[in-house]
Design a protein around this ligand. Structure first.
Ligand code: IPE
Ligand code: IPE
Ligand code: MG
Length: 251
């Protein structure tokens, strides 16, 4: 069987089951992948772009509504300057090169994170792209950039506190939904499936509030080698889970 045939068969099989509405991915392992072949870490980041294409395409093919990709964490600012600037220019190249293709595929592009820290040129390109694709009705591609969940929650608390101070919100009316509504992900459903590549089994400050009841999937594959079939494997695993949300399952 050709790989194209087996891929479309795999897609059809998955489509018989429940498709996660929101998938969040920690794209990890670029540096180790590159180093394993004697190449600089940045080579791994460059190769990782192809995996982004594949993930976006598969998410759209499956009918996933939101794909959130962890591209750069708040903590990643502490990496060597050269690596940080290589990552920023990769991001610039990605948005400039892909804008049209994403638009044709009706993808809505969004960014979440502490964007003030992003160099001006990169920020401008990213925000321009977000604006240009904002009316699209297909897959929401949500890129977490300069993102840290604890920061996101702290910002939300400050905003809520300032509303209380101004008298536009009362303490008794603050609920978990209030907090959700003040996060950068406001308006998006919580992730159903969380994927982390590279074998690491940790969250690394990603969507802490939002993943309260998300199914977790850890793949041993390094991000530059993560292909549609690996993503399908994660969705297949998701489909085999019994989500109980603290309740008793009926039978
Ligand atoms: C993920 O790969 C990409 C970013 C964090 C920007 P890493 O750069 O973390 O690669 P490893 O985990 O060191 O292999
Ligand atoms: C998390 O990966 C951030 C991204 C993938 C963008 P890291 O490689 O930065 O996380 P740690 O350091 O292994 O926890
Ligand atoms: Mg890493």
């Amino acid at each position: 069987m050709s790989s194209e045939v087996s891929q479309s068969q795999m897609l059809n099989e998955l489509k018989q089951g429940v498709i996660p509405t929101h998938v969040a991915i920690v794209m990890d392992g670029n540096g180790r992948w590159a180093q394993a072949q004697g190449k600089p870490r940045v080579f791994g980041h460059q190769k990782g772009v192809e995996s982004v294409h594949q993930a976006v395409e598969l998410a759209a093919e499956l009918g996933v509504k939101v794909l959130t990709l962890y591209a750069f964490s708040e903590e990643n600012w502490g990496r060597p300057k050269a690596e940080v600037s290589a990552l920023m220019s990769l991001l610039e190249t990605y948005v400039v090169k892909e804008r049209q293709r994403l638009n044709e595929a009706k993808v809505q592009f969004r960014v979440i994170g502490n964007l003030e820290k992003i160099p001006e040129k990169t920020r401008k390109l990213v925000l321009e792209t977000q604006k240009q694709l904002s009316e699209n009705t297909g897959l929401i591609l949500n890129i977490a950039l300069s993102y840290g969940s604890r920061n996101e929650i702290t910002f939300a608390c400050k905003e809520i506190a300032s509303k209380v101070e101004k008298g536009v919100l009362q303490v008794k009316d603050i609920s978990p939904q209030t907090l959700s509504d003040h996060l950068w992900t406001k308006g998006l459903a919580d992730p159903d499936l969380f994927i982390r590549t590279s074998g690491e089994q940790r969250i690394s400050n990603f969507l802490l509030w939002q993943i309260a009841y998300t199914e977790l999937y850890f793949s041993p594959v390094y991000w530059p080698e993560f292909r549609k079939e690996h993503f399908c494997e994660a969705v297949r695993s998701f489909q085999s889970r019994k989500r109980r949300f603290g309740l008793v399952s009926e039978n």
